[in-house]
Design a protein around this ligand. Sequence first.
Ligand code: FE2
Length: 253
Amino acid sequence: MTVADPARLEAIWKRVVADMKQVVRDFAITQDELHLAGDYFDRLGQSGMSRSLLDVGLAMTSVEVTGGSSKGTRQNLEGPYHRPHPDRPDGKLYDGSPPAGMPPLTVDGIVRDAHTGAPLPGARLDFWQADSNGFYDRSGAHLRGVVTTDDDGHYTIHTVLPHDYSEHDGDPIGELFHAMGKHNTRAAHIHLKAGIDDKVFLTTQLFMPTSTFLETDYVEGAVSDDLIVKLEPDGKGFKGTFDIMLDRQDAPA
Ligand SMILES: [Fe+2]
């Protein structure tokens, strides 16, 4: 492991140990319980879910302290499943025909500068989402893609309604939450990164009002009213609107 700032790493390590010692004192944690936790971390590492557990517990706090004083659309956690996506000039996030058996969803809106309100042509909007059964395509580009705003700053995506998902039922994250008697379900959302050229100004999630987990998303603090897309039935599925405000003066690092 190579780090840019060894002194910062040492300071963080000492602080984490000091704070966790206080947890041991406060809860009178036994050595047997420490060993149970160690065994858990072994299983967590072997499952490849360490990043996801840190996201669940700490990413929203990280967003709050590193997101600056953005005047734009609220930042949210990126999650573990982003990767480079193809351009989708026609706005369709799927290849070929619309996926069968899933409610079609169209979302459109305007991308504006958060300070001036001016529409932003040429903004790149990178979307990725679960399908209507709550599953992500983890190997291909299904329900993933980049659309670019037109001369008026307008965008449209054609996709399917994402569903709530509890993807950790068979891994140590699900084990932890179930051991606490809690669910591990995310409210239905579409991930978004928005920027211009190669610069990303916004990473967030757009939530679906159809979700039954908006109040109880297990990532505390992720859902907020301003990130819920306004949807209405359009016969076959749903149509929604979501305008995006980019704060180009305060981009997170
Ligand atoms: Fe997600």
